[in-house]
Design a binder for this molecule. Structure first.
Ligand SMILES: [Zn+2]
Length: 427
């Protein structure tokens, strides 16, 4: 009896087990159809290109077909059981890989596919590759106020060198260059304590200031520029608007491109006589960078011939110490910002910049400053492209530079340009 009962129990369990298998097979039979891929057309394409996948067991509902290109999900735009239409997705890994289709949790075979580089899509990224303030230690460096264009009775100024030097010194200037026309006022008759920069305004058909190292005077750029370069001096091209309208900016390109001694363009001069000089400056930089790797630094100077010209234009030089070597480095690197104060108070009532940081991971330039009302970020064409103290350049692709202006009711401060390069990255 015991054994009969035992056989019946085993029989019953077997029936339940077989029935269970049968039920599960009949319930899930359609859904378990594994998709297959037989072909992909084309077999290589760029991000955004349309691709057709041929095979079996795809879903009629586009969203129910999960298509992966090198592991990145793509959007399916149309589907029937034997064909899927999709596009190569944004963010996909560039190069040789494969495509799979998953339907209802069932994954297909993989088929080879190559994602080609597309320079117009998100395989590009932008970097600041020229930052004039990169080497500035904002917490330890001094900010030294300077003016680099001044005349005396040695040319056509109304005050003697002694008076000019005394006036700038009394207003707290740290650095001054006397730049008489075709005359080197040097050495100074007296120096109360400023850093004196030896200068001369070469004044022919176009004016420019030679600084520090030069032995000869030249009234034309054709001879003067090569001379100063050979002596390892540096040059500032003065008030371009006096000679050229903005559309003639191309005239300056060969000088700045071919001569490393040509460092600055004077974009504020004597009570801002030539306001279009900032346009000329931007046009030059748009064409120099990144092709030549060079950006021209802007400068702001009184070009003072008499008392009423003084104290409107100056720059703050960011230097570890006040001497001629540090000044030359600062000029060459562009580690300074320049100012326009129409009230000529002599007290530099303009926005003060206490930090500028560039973050090539976050793609931001951040300015910390005081006494400003607003900040504009200006790009090619002297066009305002953003406002505020942080500039997000993550989408600022194929643009050569940006610069900032800090405005206040009493005066404005201008940063030097930051140079950008857009590169295609292979992931
Ligand atoms: Zn001058």
């Amino acid at each position: 009896m015991g054994s009969t009962f035992g056989r019946s129990l085993i029989f019953c369990i077997s029936v339940i087990a077989i029935t269970g298998i049968f039920w599960s097979c009949s319930e899930d039979n359609d859904d378990l159809s594994v998709p297959t891929i037989s072909a992909i057309t084309p077999s290589e394409a760029e991000v955004g290109d349309e691709v057709k996948i041929a095979g079996t067991n795809f879903s009629y509902t586009p969203d129910e077909n999960r298509v992966l290109f090198n592991g990145t999900a793509a959007t399916v735009t149309a589907s029937i059981p034997i064909s899927i239409t999709t596009t190569v997705p944004d963010g996909v890994i560039i190069g040789d890989g494969d495509v799979t289709v998953t339907v209802n949790g069932q994954i297909s075979n993989s088929i080879s596919f190559t994602v080609k580089k597309n320079p117009d899509v998100n395989s590009q990224t932008v970097y600041v590759t020229k930052n004039p303030y990169a080497d500035v230690n904002w917490s330890t460096y001094g900010q030294y106020k300077g003016n680099y264009h001044t005349h005396t009775t040695n040319s056509d100024g109304s005050d003697s060198p002694y008076v000019v030097i005394s006036e700038y010194y009394k207003k707290g200037y740290d650095i001054l260059s006397i730049t008489d026309h075709n005359y080197t006022t040097w050495p100074w008759p007296a120096n109360p304590g400023m850093l004196a920069i030896r200068g001369n305004e070469y004044s022919g058909s176009h004016h420019m200031n030679a600084f520090v190292n030069f032995t000869a005077t030249s009234s034309d750029l054709e001879n003067g520029i090569p001379h100063v370069q050979s002596q390892e001096g540096i040059l500032q091209i003065n008030h371009p608007g006096r000679y050229n309208i903005p559309s003639l900016w191309m005239w300056y390109i060969p000088w700045f491109r071919d001569y490393s001694a040509c460092i600055t363009l004077e974009v504020f001069n004597q009570v801002d006589r030539y306001p279009n000089d900032r346009q000329i400056w931007d046009n030059i930089n748009e064409n120099l960078f990144p092709a030549t790797g060079k950006l021209v630094w802007g400068s702001s100077n009184d070009d003072s011939h008499k008392n009423s010209h003084r104290f409107q234009h100056f720059q703050f030089m960011l230097m570890p110490e006040l001497n001629e070597y540090a000044w030359l480095d600062c000029m060459k690197n562009g580690a300074f910002y320049f100012c326009n104060e129409p009230g000529k108070s002599g007290d530099a009532n303009v926005p003060g910049i206490s930090n500028i940081s560039v973050d090539n991971n976050a793609k931001t330039i951040t300015i910390t400053a005081s006494a400003y009302n607003s900040i504009e970020w200006i790009g090619p064409g002297t066009t305002v492209v953003a406002t505020g103290n942080i500039f997000d350049y993550s989408n600022y692709k194929d643009k050569p530079f940006i610069r900032a202006v800090l405005y206040s009711s009493k005066g404005d401060s201008y940063t030097q340009p930051f140079g950008f390069e857009t590169v295609t990255i292979d992931k």
